[in-house]
Design a binder for this molecule. Structure first.
Ligand code: PMP
Ligand code: GLN
Length: 461
């Protein structure tokens, strides 16, 4: 056949035309099919055939894509997507500057697939005291493209078609498409405001223990717990985490603990790692983010930490997906974490000082929202705040879309202020629970928050 394919190529050129007259019957037949193939009719690409795959259908809409685009188009003040609008900390930026100007050739070449050794070592060291156990940097840590990458690898690596995954509402929106994309079945359970009408703190939102227990069954593979929570800012207490952990142990379920806001805590609230609870290490994968930890969301570097048998499943996805992450960023994050470890307990520690920097911003925004007639749900952690806007008089048009989406779009177009509609963090059935709320991001310059305040005060008139 090798000879024939050579011949077929040859016959296409006129210089080889003479060869064709001496062909065997078999070769002529073969050539006949070639000439038929070269005179084919070009078919139009079928719009039926080339749609997004069935497993991704229903996930086309994305709140970040839509709302961020609107903010830009309307030149609105952006308190929507969660990123700081001020310069990243000088120390961490300097780490990257030093790294890129280093003469080490390997700085600019591929890193180890599962994470640069210096970074996985630093991560293991920084987490060990919080987990109360040793962490093997080579088998129990995986570095990914953002915490998104870790969530994707863990979910793809562990969820089989038909497996159920319990998701606590409100949830970071990508959990749902990641679960359905893996063929899994999301099972939603909402945090419910415990003091209807007078909710003032994210701590007032609680799980109903019976409702939660009723979601566990033989098909349950995972539960995703996000503490501090986005968008609510709830910091789960030890009792709440223990209740979830007990259900995991009773039903042999693993926990994905999304803890990207682990360092942002207010009013003495403590972040408790799910993986540090008794017998939970072996069934928990903890997810973190350099973007959140060091206020460098554009560095898009995250990680997961957990027992080898679970992290291995995520590694299998990662090695065939992105394979590795950018070397200079990993090196800089490693140096930043090392610096942090040398500063534990000192006022220079960025991880401690960040919360101190954020708390007055949170309090200012909460005060301004109240003055404008909204009812803020003051967060215990993270850098988002929900506010009930139902007392505000507006001329938001009616429509099919959820009320909070319509309000946010109206606010962006008419008042030039962009926030996030929190029903994006709920399943369709439960969206109505937050249609009277909007989410503000407060990791912003004071001047930005003041501008937002002016817009908000305009509602009073
Ligand atoms: N989890 C939560 C709860 C988040 O809010 C975010 C957004 N930062 C992520 C994961 C993704 O983080 P990253 O930007 O590191 O991908
Ligand atoms: N986690 C951030 C937020 O909730 C960013 C989301 C994103 O970039 N998709 O705003």
């Amino acid at each position: 056949m090798k000879g024939l394919s050579h011949l077929l190529l040859c016959v296409r050129s006129s210089t080889c035309a003479r060869v064709a007259s001496n062909l065997s019957q078999f070769e002529k037949v073969a050539l006949g099919s070639v000439s038929a193939a070269t005179s084919f009719q070009t078919r139009k690409m079928s719009s039926q055939k080339f749609q997004v795959t069935k497993r991704l259908q229903g996930t086309e809409k994305n709140v970040w894509v839509d709302i961020s685009k609107m903010a830009v188009e309307n030149k609105a003040l952006n308190l929507g997507q969660g990123f700081p609008d001020f310069m990243a900390p000088a120390d961490i930026v300097n780490c990257l500057k030093e790294v890129v100007s280093s003469s080490d050739l390997m700085t600019h070449q591929y890193a180890r697939s599962f994470g640069l050794p210096r970074l996985v070592n630093a991560l293991a060291k920084i987490y060990e005291p919080h987990l109360g156990r040793p962490v093997d940097p080579m088998t129990e840590v995986l570095v990914t493209v953002g915490a998104y990458g870790s969530l994707y690898c863990v979910i793809q690596g562990l969820v089989n078609p038909g497996d159920e995954v319990i998701i606590i509402e409100p949830f970071f929106d990508c959990y749902k498409p990641m679960v359905t994309g893996a063929g899994g079945v999301p099972v939603f359970v909402p945090l419910r405001p415990s003091k209807e009408g007078t909710v003032t703190s994210s701590g007032d939102w609680k799980l109903d223990p019976e409702e939660l227990a009723s979601k566990f069954n033989e098909k349950t593979k995972l539960i995703i717990v996000n503490t501090p929570n986005n968008p609510l800012g709830k910091v789960f207490t030890r009792d709440e985490l223990t209740m979830i952990a007990d259900l995991c142990k009773k039903h042999d379920v693993a926990c994905v603990a999304d803890e990207v806001y682990e360092w942002m805590l207010y009013d003495g609230n403590k972040h408790i790692k799910m993986a540090s609870l008794p017998d939970m290490w072996e069934r928990t994968v903890t997810i973190g983010s350099a973007g959140k930890t060091f206020s460098v969301t554009g560095w898009k570097t995250g990680w997961c930490v957990g027992p080898k048998h679970l992290v291995h499943c995520a590694m299998v996805v990662h090695q065939n997906c992105t394979y590795n992450c950018p070397t200079p960023i990993q090196e800089a994050v490693a140096r930043g974490l090392e610096l942090e470890m040398s500063r534990v307990g000192s006022p220079d520690s960025y991880l401690t000082s960040l919360s101190e920097e954020l708390r007055p911003k949170r309090d200012f925004l909460a005060g301004q929202l109240e003055a404008a007639g909204m009812r803020p749900v003051v967060p215990e952690g993270g850098y988002f705040m929900l506010a009930d806007y139902s007392n505000i008089k507006t001329d938001v048009p009616d429509g099919e879309e959820a009320k909070d989406f319509r309000f946010v779009k109206w606010l962006t177009v008419n008042k030039k202020l962009t926030v996030i509609p929190p029903s994006a963090f709920y399943c369709d059935e439960h969206r109505h629970m937050v249609e009277n709320y909007i989410r503000f991001c407060f990791i912003k310059e004071d001047s930005t928050l003041e501008k937002a305040s002016k817009i908000l005060q305009g509602f009073k008139g």
